[in-house]
Design a protein around this ligand. Sequence first.
Ligand code: SF4
Length: 339
Amino acid sequence: MKYLPNRVLFEEKSLEYPLGQRLYKKFNDMKIPTDILKNNRVTAIPKETPQMEYGEGKATLVIRVRKNKKFESCKPSAHYQLPLISGCTGKCEYCYLNTRFGKKPYTTIYVNVDEILNTAEKYMEERKPEITYYEMSATSDPIPFERYTKILGKVIEFMGDKEYGRLRFVTKFDDVDDLLDINHNGHTTIRFSINTFKVINEYEHATVGLNERLIAAKKVMDKGYPTGFIIGPVIIYENWKNDYDDMLITLKESLSNEYKEEIHFEVISHRYTNAAKNRILQIFPNSTLPMDEERRVFKYGQFGYGKYVYDKEILNEIREYFNRSIKSYFPNSIIDYII
Ligand code: SF4
C-alpha cells in the first residue's frame, strides 16, 4: 500500500538537514503541496468536522527538527522510545494514538536522525554491558513512510553495528522490500500485528490485509530478521475462536508449514479508556467496536488512568484458548504474554 500525503509541511530549520532537503525536493517533484511552517505551528489542516480533521490530519506530514534530547522510557517492550517518527497513516478505530494525538493526528518526521542516533548511542554507553532496547513504534507504525524517508533502514543498519543496541518495531503494513538487504545482524526484531479477517476489515482501516502482512512477514523471516506476531486487540464476538483459528491456520500456511524457528507471540485483549471511547465515537460515529461498560471491568493501569477490560472469566477463556491453539499450531513458539 502506497501512502500519499495531501500536504507536507516543513519547519524551516528542517531544510538545513540533508533528509529535510531530500524530502522537500521529492514531494515537490511529486507535485504534492508543500509549505514552510510559520512560527512552527501547524494550522493548514482543514477541520470543519472531527472526521475531516482526522482524515486530513492522517494525510499530513510535518517535517521537523527534534530539539528534546531526552528519550522517553518504553516499558515493558523496550528501555526507550526511539523518537524519529510519531503518527501513523493507518486509521484503526481502536488505536491509542487517536487519544494520544487527539486533535493533531498528523505524522511528524524528525530529520536530525544522526543527532538522535548519537543520543541513542549515549544511552547504550551508559547501560553497557547490558543491552539497550529501543522501540520505534511506541507512537508510530514506521513502515508506510520508509519509501520516502529511509529512516528505518538507516536505524536498522546502525543497530546492526552496535554490540549493545537492539531495535524493535511493530507494523500492520507490508512495504518491507527496502529492508530486506540491510545488514541487520539480527539486532532488529520486526513484529507483525495480526487479527481475524473480520476485525481487520471492520476496524483496521487504511492498513493492509492479513495475507499481505503475512507475505511481508515471510520475506523478513527469510532474511533472518527475528520476527514475532502481536495478536491484538483480541475482540470477543460470536464465533471468535473459529475466526482466530482461521487466522492461525493462515499464518501457519503462509510460513510454509515447515518453518522451524522459534516464533514469539504477544496476545493483547481489547481495552479502552473513557477518553478513547469518546474520541472513537466522534471520529467513527457508527463504530461497532464493542465498548459496552456493563460487559467490562474497570481497572487502573500502571500509568494511573483506568481502562475497561474484559472480565476475569472472559480473560481466562482468552488465555486458555490462545495458550492451547498457539502451541498446537506452532509447537516451537514462545508466548511472551497474554493480557
Ligand atoms: Fe494505530 Fe497501528 Fe492502526 Fe497505525 S496501524 S492506526 S499505529 S493501530
